[in-house]
Each structure stands twice: as C-alpha cells, then as structure tokens.
Design a protein. Structure first.
Length: 437
C-alpha cells in the first residue's frame, strides 16, 4: 500500500507541476514534502515493518488534495473579467544604514552570548562550558521532556526574535544586490556575519528547525527571484542544482546532530530517512491505536493560541509533546504529520477544512508575490513569505502554521520587523528603473 501511496502522490505532483510550472509553488511544496516522507518510510520498510492501512492512505491523499484543489482554483481562476489599466508607478531602490546595521549585528552577538549564558545556567552552572553538545542535550531534554524550567528571560527571547528578523533582511539583501541590482554588495561581510550569528543562535536551542527553515527560505527566495527575472520554465539544469542544494541542506542537518546534543550514531541515510520518514509510520500507528480526545478545543492544532489563552486562565495549561511510539521493537519518535493534529482535534472534516484554509492563505500570498512586477523595491511581504514557508515544507513532519506560527510571538516579530525596517532601510526614487516580469 505504501508504494501505491507514493505512486498517487507523484501523479498529483506531476499534475501540479504542469499547471503551476513552479517547483516551489505551495501545492508543489506540499507534494514534495510527502514524497520525501514516504520515500524515507520505504527505506525503513523492513526495519519498522511498515504496512500502512487503507485509512492512513485515505487521510494522506484527502489531506493533500484538500490543499491542492483549493490552491488550483485560487491560483488559476479569474474571479473578475475586468482588466484595469494601472499607471506605471514610481521606481524605488533602497539602501542600508550601516551605522544602524552595525548596532543590530551587535545586538545579535549580545543575544547569542546571553542565550548561551542562560542555557548553561539552566542546567546548573558553567562547569561543563566546553562540552557544548552535552549542555545542549541536557537543556533540550530537561526543558522539553523533563521538569527543568528554562531560565532564559523574556528580554533575551525578544533579542532572539530581533536577531531572526535582521538575519532574514540580510539574506534578502544578498540576493537583491547579487541578482536584482547586479551590483557590488558593500554590506556582504556584514550580511554574512548577521546570518552566521543567527544560525549559531538557532542551534543553541538544542534543535535545528530554525536553521533548516533559514536554508529553505534561502532556497525559495533565490529560486523565486531567478524565475521572475528569467521567466524560465522548469528545466533539468535547475532541477539538478536544486537537488544538490537540498542534499547539502540535509547533509548539514545530519552533521549538526552531535553539535546540538543528539546521540544518534546511525549512518547518513539511516539517520535522515528515520527522521523524515517516521511520521508516515507513526500516523499509521496512531490511526490504528488513537489516544482519547480530552475535550480541549484544538489541543494539538492550536497550541500557541491555547497557550496564550492559558496565561489568562481561559484554557488549561499543557505541554505540547505527543506520545512516543515504537514499531517492530524500534522507537521511531513522536511526529505524525500535520494531519494527526487536525484529525485528532476535528476528525476528517478538520483535515479537509484546515488544509483548504492553509491552501487559500498560502496561495493568495504566493500569487501576490509572483504577480508583482517591480522588484526594485524592498519587498517586506516576500521576506515574510520566505520566513514562514517552512510550514509547508514540514507538513509531512508536523504542523507548524496553526500550532505555532499563529501566535502572539509572530505578531511581535512583525512589529520588530516594521521598526527595524524603518530604522535600517531607506527607500528612494530613481529616475529610471526596470520592471521585471
């Protein structure tokens, strides 16, 4: 059945490619995510004794189609026949205030040092300061799965958000100067320092999610700009380049496991396939033996919102860690694809409706970006799109949009972005500019 599942998803993916003509349209990303997960599950078919049920097959296909079909209509259907002729707008370029930029990079450095200090303080002192992997392992296990309370203060967490915003602006500036303006980047060294500081900071949490999300953002950002500049159709050369970049990202993911305190010593293929393929088998195990719904509305789907409400006493406080499961005597993990959360809270109706809502949000956003002709302006919307596009890439792993991105933390990040943009970015008119299709 799992081979048939892979076949059906690939067929859906090919249909999406023909219609969207973009490897990283929202529907393409969803299909790619599940193709990778199913392939990784197949690699472990004997190790885990994988034999997914009809129900698992149905929920995965229904979930994918619930995204792909609404996305198709939003992207390709015209809801108005009016063709409004718009006046050609003024062209703008932007420049970075280097003094402000240096201050922000210094804040990134301060955030890194303070975060490391409080991580060490949380696990009991600086005695093992040179054993970073052990520190991160103890911190992650203690705060996520144990009774250890993180001692990282609120102001440091706010500095982390500021560091994230600055790093994504730095990433955008690298692509902007290299690909759009095609001029010498006077801030290239500072851009690199900013990006490196954020990646180091993201690893200190004991996880690699933010690091991989950043690399995926860079991949989508670069590909989207290239496609808008050249208007090229999908070709083998581009596919090969992207495949090699993805391999590099996955290799980086594997190589950093010991750095963040992971003790798994499997080889590269076994480690990666276990990490990204376990969700398919775990979803099947869950559907075969589901846990009881305790009545908390959207407990798994809307964790971040519920956590905020819990601070006001409206909802009970709880930790969002799903149960670990094993198959064929092997502990696989506790990630079940995005569909587990939707199905557990709202049944198959929840899978359909939440996936459709996700499709509408992301496809409208994507459509706005690809239809924008003037690329010379500083594009805040595009930066945010790339910042959160990982929610679609990780759909086969777990849900991140409804459970964590829809949160007060995201609102504060938007506010920081607005303030930083106001201070850092100066837009100015140019007498003549180029419009890129």
């Amino acid at each position: 059945m799992i081979y048939f599942l892979l076949f059906v998803i690939i067929i859906i993916f090919l249909v999406v490619l023909v219609n969207d003509k973009n490897l990283f349209s929202p529907s393409s990303i969803i299909c790619e995510s599940y193709i990778l997960a199913v392939l990784c599950a197949i690699i472990n078919i004997d190790k885990w004794n994988v034999n997914i049920s009809i129900k698992t097959f149905q929920i995965i296909i229904v979930g994918i189609l619930s995204f792909v079909v609404p996305s198709f209509f939003v992207l390709h259907c015209r809801f108005s026949k009016r063709n409004i002729e718009r006046k050609k707008s003024e062209n703008y370029n932007y420049c970075i205030n280097k003094q402000i930029y240096l201050i922000l990079i210094f804040l990134q450095f301060v955030a890194l040092i303070l975060y490391l200090y409080y991580v060490i303080k949380t696990i009991g002192g600086i005695g093992n300061i040179f054993k970073l992997s052990e520190i991160l392992h103890d911190y992650r296990e203690g705060t996520s799965y144990g009774d250890l309370e993180s001692m990282i203060p609120t102001y440091v967490n706010q500095l982390v958000k500021i560091s994230q915003v600055v790093s994504y602006i730095s990433l955008y500036n690298v692509f902007y100067t290299k690909m759009i303006e095609k001029k010498r980047n006077d801030c290239l060294f500072l851009n690199a320092v900013s990006i490196a500081l954020f990646i180091a900071l993201s690893l200190l949490s004991g996880g690699r999610y933010k690091m991989i999300a950043f690399f995926l953002a860079a991949l989508v950002m670069g590909y989207t700009i290239l496609k808008k500049l050249t208007n090229q159709s999908i070709n083998i050369k581009n596919i090969l380049k992207i495949f090699l970049l993805i391999i590099a990202i996955v290799l980086c993911f594997s190589k950093t496991r010991t750095l963040v305190g992971r003790t798994n010593d499997d080889d590269f293929v076994s480690y990666v396939s276990s990490y990204f393929g376990g969700s398919i088998q775990l979803l099947d195990l869950y559907l075969e033996n589901p846990i009881e719904n305790d009545g908390i509305f959207g407990k798994e789907s809307f964790y971040a919102l519920n956590n905020t409400l819990a601070k006001f006493g409206i909802m009970p406080k709880y930790r969002m860690h799903l149960e670990f499961r094993s198959s064929n005597g092997v502990v696989i993990g506790n990630v079940y694809t995005a569909f587990r959360c939707f199905y557990h809270d709202f049944g198959i109706t929840g899978v359909v409706l939440l996936q459709a809502l996700l499709a509408i949000i992301w496809t409208c956003w994507y459509k706005k970006i690809i239809k924008q002709k003037d690329m010379s302006k500083f594009n805040s919307s595009f930066i945010f799109y790339c910042m959160f596009i990982n929610c679609l890439f990780f759909s086969s792993y777990r849900d991140n949009f409804f459970s964590s991105t829809m949160s007060v933390a995201t609102i504060t990040m938007v506010l920081y972005f607005v303030i930083i943009k106001k201070l850092l970015i100066k837009e100015y008119k140019v007498s003549e500019g180029k419009n890129y299709e």
